[in-house]
Ligand binder design. Structure first.
Ligand code: SF4
Ligand code: SF4
Length: 115
């Protein structure tokens, strides 16, 4: 098991920080960008199609909460169950950039900003 490191490449398309996720640290998952099996995720496929790193770069929606790919019944349910606020993660990326977000999340030791 490796320690949590700050790495901008490990910021998921939706703003979560894979570098602090137990599955990534435990070697069970390579992280959002490398996880081509995550075909179910509309956010991932949308960002891949747009060739952008995260929804923070989206030119369609200034607020990802207005996007039904980002914000829908399932994402609300997951956000509630996992106490996760991905929109806050995207807002933080807009404020401090990918590097700053990765650093902040590594320091926090969490894959998400809590709700
Ligand atoms: S929800 Fe989608 S974009 Fe976010 S980490 Fe998972 S696969 Fe990636
Ligand atoms: S906010 Fe919606 S449209 Fe914009 S990149 Fe994210 S998933 Fe795609």
């Amino acid at each position: 098991m490796s320690a949590i490191q700050a790495n901008a490449e490990l910021v998921a398309h939706c703003g979560l920080y894979c570098g602090a996720c137990k599955s990534y640290i435990g070697g069970k998952c390579k992280g959002c960008h490398e996880n081509s099996k995550a075909t179910w995720c509309k956010v991932r496929s949308c960002c891949t199609d747009k060739q952008i790193k995260t929804c923070a770069e989206c030119t369609e929606f200034a607020d990802p909460q207005a996007c039904t790919k980002f914000n829908n019944f399932m994402s609300k349910l997951f956000g509630f169950v996992f106490n996760s606020d991905r929109a806050a993660c995207i807002a933080q990326i807009k404020q401090v950039g990918l590097e700053g977000h990765a650093t902040a999340m590594a320091e926090l030791g969490s894959h998400t900003i809590k709700r």
